[in-house]
Design a protein around this ligand. Sequence first.
Ligand SMILES: Nc1ncnc2c1ncn2[C@@H]1O[C@H](COP(=O)(O)OP(=O)(O)OP(=O)(O)O)[C@@H](O)[C@H]1O
Ligand SMILES: [Mg+2]
Length: 507
Amino acid sequence: MTDEILLKIENIVKNYPGVQALKGISTTIKKGEVRALVGENGAGKSTLIKCIMGVETPTEGRVEICCDGIWKQAKNAIEAKKLGMHANYQHVNIAGGLSIAENYHLGRIPKTQMGLVDWDAMVKNSKKIIDKFHLNVDPKAVINSLPVALQAMITISKISVNENIRLVIFDEPTALLENDKVLILFDYIKELKNQGISVIYISHRLEEIMEICDSVTIMKDGAYVETKKVSEVDKDYLISKMVGRPMADIYSIKHRKPGEELLRVEGLCGKKFKNISFQLYAGEILGFFGLVGSGRSEVMRAVFGVDKITSGRIYIKGKPVQLNNPKTAMLKGIGFLTEDRRTDGLALIQTVELNTNMYSYDMISKGGIINLKKERKRAEEYKEKIGIKTPSIKQIVNNLSGGNQQKVVIAKLLCRDPDILIFDEPTVGVDVGAKEEIFKLIESLIQQGKGVIIISSYLPEALGLSDRMVVMAEGHMAEYFDSKRLKQMNEEDILRAASTIYNQEAL
Ligand SMILES: Nc1ncnc2c1ncn2[C@@H]1O[C@H](COP(=O)(O)OP(=O)(O)OP(=O)(O)O)[C@@H](O)[C@H]1O
Ligand SMILES: [Mg+2]
């Protein structure tokens, strides 16, 4: 890092109807500096990024970038890119219907002498990038066919195709990534830094900030709090500044003795998994751990009736059931928080109120007529209960911060009051304070006698919350830990189990 300043952010204010998202943010970033941006959900981090990138126009203030000694301002996203500014946004933004190779070459597709698309060149270039990021995927693979974690990595790697990069912004890049991919990203960030490129890095995982960043800017409720060298702070300090209070061990929730069997899965087979059996009891948390591609989410999708099963049986409270679609699963008392919230979870251009009630209008309707009072009451109730930060329940969900959108999905699920809850990555993108709220909520659910399955690729969370744990690898059940054994396991043990390699025979 040099002392030369690359980016000047001067008194940025951003007003939206009813919300002041940014209340005058100023800071400067040096060449080759890796600057973290932290703050609770809704603090204004993503909005600041959009103002820097010219995607949003600030109500007041300006952003300037130094290009070869001359200070310049980007009026829009295209100009920002020309000035060497690139952002990896919070929500995967990539052309899902196109191949990886086409995505890498968007806007600059190589042509043959005949004027046709030069696929060979595209594939060759793409392979280089894919190898650089250790992705092990076919350049012709269509984005939508890939797991979300891989899509996220493709989006990240896509930045590297640009020339004259001066600044790269990552808005929660690791939310969907597992350990090995995080390390690849960190290597890339180090490489950028060594080339004198500046980085702005947003994450709710504070340990990442301690590891990869030089300095950290703390924001709270749209306001600038302070900027510190990372070497001068620790996690607790950051949390107390972000949340306004210190926090104890967030995983220390009260467990209870498990009760009756709620769900039993026997010998379940599907396209991407084989012979899966487990039980879920009232009042317990069953952890499902596995690396990306292990089939953990696919098993849950099958249990919820999204994907087809080829054989096996599912029992709810001892009775065999056929769950051919999510609606049936829901009516039988299963609630499922999917991994891909943005596309599976929310009606983005609808209100918080509608989204909260979306799965359960039948419960508040009579003769096809919705009880509007109940509709409103439920939305207000959950807004309070889960702490959804929004000026009103009439707000469009798309206008909420990432973490708050997540909370709306949880509200929607809880409204049906299901006995069996499956949470796939429940805390992705959620700040430390809100994480604690979500865990408290899960605690209250198990106290009420509900059964909870948690899929988490974040090991401290998976280990910290689960009573028992199933570990999956390559579509198989690699290990099962009952509560006694699980207590003796550490993160390494679980990772080792998840790395089991199977003969690729029968899957
Ligand atoms: N287009 C919009 N219209 C209205 N309000 C908005 C809009 N975009 C953002 N906001 C509001 O601005 C505030 C800041 O949101 P922002 O997305 O910047 O938060 P964040 O710090 O990135 O949070 P998270 O950690 O959850 O991603 C929030 O209260 C949000 O609801
Ligand atoms: Mg954000």
